[in-house]
Design a protein around this ligand. Structure first.
Ligand SMILES: CCCC(=O)SCCNC(=O)CCNC(=O)[C@H](O)C(C)(C)COP(=O)(O)OP(=O)(O)OC[C@H]1O[C@@H](n2cnc3c(N)ncnc32)[C@H](O)[C@@H]1OP(=O)(O)O
Length: 265
């Protein structure tokens, strides 16, 4: 944990900030607003460290969010990951973030993705690793990986199929469409649209859960985890990562990334 600075209840690691509130909520915030909270290798490492802190602290609920109000997370940092050309190079990176998503999926405390802004690509994958998703009204979500000639590659496809109906999950991934908040409610991927000041609204939405003691919350979370076939999920995530790595190495993918990075605004 390098670059760690601490003030009361706030741990700033560099690109991830952990805010431990006295009300039982720990916020984990990706802090790269300018680049729409895109995920590079440092974010992966720091998310890991932040999850470790949140697992051990007094919190009852852990909320994952992004800095600013434009994006929750724009997925992998294409400016960095464009340098990964081969399947082997991609596989290493995808496995690293896949391990973070698995940690969130099997986390012993209740987890919430608070979508302060848009989530696309790997940002959607990250959000579905959490038990719940709530969103500001302007939020859009899209599993846009198909437009880049790849698939979900951090395990998010496997996890999405656990969270919502197969038909809705397949529709979202196959179409690579970006959906507005009201459609996301209909698809069952977000539970609530939060109007007004966002952090306050999320805490209000959490109130019924925060009224329960830690034992009750963790026991119900354990029942959710018991309902998962963990080994199958882990195997499927590995297969998803392997298949995505193969697509990653294609010219179609590299050309699509290049088009995004060199686009004129
Ligand atoms: C590796 C696992 C699978 C993946 O995640 S593949 C990556 C999928 N993600 C994408 O294709 C997202 C691409 N980004 C977008 O579509 C849009 O930026 C997005 C998120 C809708 C936000 O739109 P706007 O609010 O209009 O912002 P913008 O486009 O002007 O972006 C602001 C600055 O952020 C940069 N940015 C956004 N998403 C990024 C990313 N994923 N990797 C690297 N850089 C990214 C963007 O290039 C721009 O930079 P600059 O200000 O022009 O220097």
């Amino acid at each position: 944990m390098s670059n760690l600075t601490k003030k009361e209840g706030v741990i700033s690691m560099g690109v991830v900030v952990v805010e431990q509130e006295k009300n039982g909520v720990t916020w984990i915030r990706i802090n790269r607003e300018k680049i729409r909270n895109a995920i590079n290798l440092d974010v992966m490492d720091e998310l890991n460290d932040a999850l470790h802190i949140a697992e051990k602290d007094e919190s009852r609920i852990v909320v994952l969010t992004g800095a600013g109000d434009q994006a929750f997370c724009s997925g992998g940092d294409l400016s960095v990951f464009q340098s990964l050309k081969t399947s082997e190079e991609a596989y290493k990176m995808l496995m690293k973030m896949g391990a973070v998503l698995e940690k969130i999926l099997f986390f012993p405390k209740v987890t919430v993705a608070a979508l302060n802004g848009t989530a696309v690509g790997g940002g959607c994958e990250l959000s579905v690793a959490c038990d719940f998703r709530v969103a500001a009204p302007h939020v859009k979500m899209g599993f846009v990986q198909g437009k880049l000639g790849i698939t979900t590659g951090w395990g998010g496809g496997t996890i999405l199929l656990q969270r919502i109906s197969q038909a809705h999950a397949m529709e979202m991934m196959l179409s690579a469409k970006i959906y507005p908040a009201n459609s996301l409610i209909n698809l069952g991927i977000i539970q609530e649209i939060i109007s007004g000041p966002f952090q306050e609204g999320v805490l209000n939405w959490l109130k019924p859960y925060l009224n329960q003691n830690a034992g009750v919350l963790q026991a119900y979370k354990a029942r959710l985890l018991d309902s998962f076939d963990q080994l199958t999920i882990q195997n499927n995530i590995k297969r998803e990562i392997e298949e995505c790595s193969l697509l990653w190495a294609t010219d179609e993918h590299h050309e699509a990334v290049n088009r995004f990075l060199t686009r004129s605004k």
